[in-house]
Design a protein around this ligand. Structure first.
Ligand code: ADP
Ligand code: MG
Length: 259
């Protein structure tokens, strides 16, 4: 197996006016090609910081990390990953197609190649036919799908997603989770996904990384034995519930009741 992401003994401390904040402490992590890895943990445990380190948006204080066998900086310059934020972040004055086109314009791709990628990726997220709409004409879930299409249009093998469905109601989220698994199966991408929902983490992941705060560290790494094909009602099976139980135990172990 090839490691897409390899992290060893990585720590990150933010120096602030109120003193140091130990956001990540001694993190070890391997993400293999084709994995769907979730980071789960309470607010402030360093999930976003770890994702940003992988994306070269934050520099570790110590330790080692490689992405696609090279440094995060090289991986970023090679456009090795797409990044999806919690807020869709679409430009309201651009149509959906033009929003997906933006990073492609910046890359300087030909008009024809831009159009091919827009069509292909809007189709992948089930938004074919919405090219000429503006973001405000779409529901929250559709806007989030458009932002996923924009990340996919870079054609990265690695997708980094920071609580992409966190702001959506549960019914929409269920639906998007199903579609995301479908997309993952179709495209064979490697996904690193941040969430604080236990059912979401268990439903989506091949590997669940349970994190705890102060300092942010890894409490447990759970390799899922669920089949890759997952209808939504798999969430009622004993296998699913036992994984959810183990995640909950990990979260509880990392919780400090003095907070
Ligand atoms: N740029 C920064 N400067 C100082 N502290 C930060 C910065 N970014 C994050 N932090 C702190 O690092 C910790 C981890 O933050 P974060 O990674 O955003 O957590 P999570 O995504 O799990 O909620 C928090 O205590 C947060 O306040
Ligand atoms: Mg966060």
């Amino acid at each position: 197996m090839t490691s897409v992401i390899s992290v060893s003994d990585l720590s990150l401390t933010f120096e602030t006016n109120d003193g140091p904040v130990h956001a990540l402490s001694k993190i070890d992590l391997e993400v293999e090609k084709g994995d769907f890895v979730s980071f789960i943990g309470p607010s402030g445990c360093g999930k976003t910081t770890l994702l940003r380190v992988i994306a070269d948006l934050e520099q570790p204080t110590s330790g080692n990390i490689s992405v696609n066998g090279t440094s995060p900086e090289n991986a970023r310059k090679d456009r090795a990953y797409g990044y999806v934020f919690q807020a869709a972040g679409l430009y309201p004055w651009r149509t959906i197609a033009k929003n997906v086109a933006l990073p492609l314009e910046i890359m300087g791709l030909s008009r024809q190649e831009q159009e091919r990628r827009i069509r292909k990726n809007l189709e992948l997220v089930n938004l074919a036919g919405f090219e000429k709409k503006y973001p405000w004409q779409l529901s929250g879930g559709m806007q989030q799908r458009a932002s996923i299409a924009r990340a996919l249009a870079l054609e990265p093998d690695l997708l980094l997603m920071d609580e992409p469905f966190g702001a959506l109601d549960e019914i929409v989220r269920d639906h998007l989770n199903e579609q995301l698994l479908d997309l993952w199966a179709k495209t064979e991408k490697t996904v690193v996904f941040v969430t604080h929902s236990i059912p979401e983490a268990v439903y989506l992941s091949t590997k669940i990384v349970v994190m705890s705060p102060r300092p942010g560290r890894i409490e447990d790494v759970i390799v899922s034995d669920l089949p890759r094909e997952r209808p939504l009602d798999i969430r009622e099976t004993p296998e699913f519930l036992s994984l959810a139980h183990r995640v909950r135990e990990g979260l509880r172990a990392g919780h400090s009741y003095e907070d």
